[in-house]
Design a protein around this ligand. Structure first.
Ligand SMILES: [Fe+2]
Length: 189
């Protein structure tokens, strides 16, 4: 016999409480999935000098060495995980995955990071190198600028001594352990 409802319009409060308890108990699955996406980036090189896992590790290592806080280090590590699925919309994918677990400013910096990266390469495509200027005045502008200019755009160096994924795993598990907003996570139904 089924332990829960067959249709939402027949659900009870007790059933939802049970689902809430089990979802929280299984929250560790989120970090595992994210780690799996990160590991899969080792198979994505696409013409760059380093694979995308190496790029991600370099970005996170640069952030950590610059004194970034845990949310920012983990966001730096995960900023390109969208590339495991689809390149053109990768910032939105990564930002959506990070959103419940990091502060708004960090989420926003990842969401718009391509506009800031444009400074360093858009001219090769005849695109606007100052795409970031449309965001000037946003509270996260300084953070997004530092992320792109000091960490992300500089992280394609085959000789950089990046820290391994294992180094970041405990921090990643901690950041993804609890959604910042339980109400937001309840909307997942
Ligand atoms: Fe990147």
């Amino acid at each position: 016999m089924a332990t829960s409802f067959a249709r939402m319009d027949e659900s009870t409060r007790e059933q939802w409480e049970q689902i809430g308890r089990e979802s929280l108990r299984n929250q560790g699955r989120v970090a595992e999935r994210v780690l799996g996406l990160l590991r899969s980036l080792a198979q994505v090189t696409d013409g760059f000098a380093v694979d995308q896992l190496s790029h991600s590790l370099q970005t996170a290592t640069r952030a950590e060495r610059a004194g970034a806080d845990p949310e920012l280090v983990v966001a730096s590590l995960c900023h390109d995980i969208g590339k495991a699925i689809s390149g053109p919309n990768h910032p939105e994918i990564a930002a959506a995955i990070l959103r419940p677990y990091v502060r708004d400013e960090v989420h926003w910096a990842i969401q718009v990071h391509q506009d800031f990266q444009g400074r360093h390469y858009y001219h090769h495509f005849g695109m606007d190198r100052d795409a970031r200027e449309r965001h000037r005045g946003h509270p996260g502008f300084g953070l997004a600028e530092r992320f792109a200019d000091e960490w992300d755009q500089a992280a394609f160096d085959p000789d950089y001594d990046a820290l391994p994924l294992e180094h970041f795993e405990p921090l990643l598990r901690k950041v993804f352990a609890v959604p910042r907003d339980y109400v937001a996570s309840a909307r997942q139904g």
